[in-house]
Every structure is written in structure tokens, then in C-alpha cells.
Design a protein around this ligand. Structure first.
Ligand code: G3P
Length: 222
């Protein structure tokens, strides 16, 4: 995945489902093309297949279970993500916490399908622990800033700096994203200048009246 990556998690916001998911992804595809910056979208499961079918920007799931295909009900397997055209999945988001064993299972299941694992973490130590599982990305997001409108880049640059350093000490190949409260191009630039490979964000794009204008601003300083 080329860096920097702007990964937009549509969560379960009603402003991020159905037609709105298509509108946001249309804007993301246009702005990614104009700017040359990679913009990924993580929609609900229901929107995964249509978005993968209609767009070329990378589409991620918000969660995956580390199960083999078989007699499981209500689970999402990495095989099904690959078949639908997704490029990878978030794992262990603050709003979908997993046990360490589940995280490892999900990362292995994704990698077995050649999909990208983005393991979300809440502090420096969990970021280092996640890096030991060798995912493609660790995304450090202080939970208290998620959805707050206060950017981690400005409120807590130290957690970004320390996470980058710890993750790379454990696994130099794992890339680092950061998120929580990211809203502007300035937030993205600070994050990248601190050594990350991009950002993971949600509300500032999903809930915006004009998501395209926010996306355009997000890539403006790269
Ligand atoms: O997954 C992204 C996320 O948790 C950050 O959310 O709304 O603070 O950008 P938000």
C-alpha cells in the first residue's frame, strides 16, 4: 500500500451507509486521483461488495474473525473478504476490542489470504505488542480522543512519536498510522512528520456536509 495512506472508517454512522457510502467513496476516488495520495475506505459489511465492485480505491473491512471457512454463524472470514474484493481489514478497533489470541488469529487469517492487516491500538505498549504479530500496519488511536474533534496530532504528538519508535524497534517492516480527532491537512502533516505512514479517521469526513471538501483539505499538505 503506497504511503501516505488516508484510511476513512465509515463506522456504523448513518451518514456513512448506502448512498452516502457511495458518495464518500466517489469523492475519495476523485481526490486520490487528483492528489496521488492513497485514500482507503472501511465501510460496513453490507457496503463492502458494492464499493469493491464500483470503485478502485482500496476498500477495507472494519473487522475480521480469524476463522477458517466452515460451520460458524454470523462471522466474517478473511476468505470472504478476499472474495468480495476487499484489500484488508481493521483489527481490534477501540469500538471492537479483541483478545490477544483473537488479534493474532485475525492477522494470520488476513495474511494467509494476502490481505492487509491494520491492527488498532490504544497506547504505546499495545502498539509494540501488536507489532510483534507483524501486521502490515499498527494504528495508534488514544480512545479518549476518538470522535472528540480534538486531534491526536495536536493534543498528544508524543504518543505518536513513541509509538512509531517502539513499533519500529519491534518490527521495522510494520507501518504506523495514527488517528482520533483528525480533521485537517495540518493534522495529517504533523502525523506524517512524526514518522507515521498516514492516518485513520472517521467523523470529520463521514459527518461532514461536504466530505469531498474535507478529503481535499486532508491531502492538501502532503
Ligand atoms: O477508526 C477511526 C477512529 O476511531 C477515529 O475516529 O471520529 O475521531 O476520526 P474519529
Amino acid at each position: 500500500m503506497p504511503s501516505p495512506l488516508i484510511l476513512v472508517n465509515l463506522k456504523s454512522y448513518k451518514e456513512g451507509m448506502g448512498n452516502r457510502a457511495h458518495q464518500i467513496t466517489t469523492a475519495a476516488q476523485l481526490i486520490a486521483k487528483e492528489s496521488g495520495v492513497t485514500i482507503g475506505i472501511a465501510p460496513t459489511y453490507i457496503d463492502l461488495h458494492p464499493l469493491c465492485h464500483h470503485f478502485t480505491v482500496p476498500i477495507f473491512a472494519q473487522h475480521v474473525d480469524g476463522y477458517e471457512p466452515g460451520a460458524h454463524t454470523g462471522h466474517i472470514t478473511a476468505d470472504s473478504l478476499r472474495l468480495t474484493g476487499a484489500v484488508g481489514s481493521l483489527v481490534n478497533h477501540s469500538e471492537r476490542r479483541l483478545t490477544l489470541a483473537d488479534i493474532e488469529g485475525a492477522v494470520r487469517a488476513l495474511q494467509a489470504q494476502k490481505l492487509v492487516a491494520v491492527v488498532c491500538t490504544n497506547n504505546e505498549m499495545t502498539s509494540a505488542a501488536a507489532a510483534a504479530l507483524a501486521p502490515e500496519y499498527v494504528a495508534i488511536e488514544p480512545p479518549e480522543l476518538i470522535g472528540s474533534g480534538v486531534s491526536v496530532s495536536k493534543a498528544n504528538p508524543e504518543i505518536i512519536r513513541r509509538s512509531v519508535s517502539l513499533v519500529h524497534a519491534v518490527n521495522p517492516k510494520t507501518k504506523v498510522l495514527t488517528g482520533a480527532g483528525i480533521q485537517t491537512g495540518e493534522c495529517v502533516k504533523i502525523a506524517v512528520d512524526l514518522g507515521t505512514d498516514g492516518v485513520l479517521l472517521a467523523s470529520s469526513v463521514v459527518k461532514a456536509q461536504d466530505p469531498g471538501a474535507v478529503l481535499r483539505d486532508l491531502v492538501s499538505k502532503l
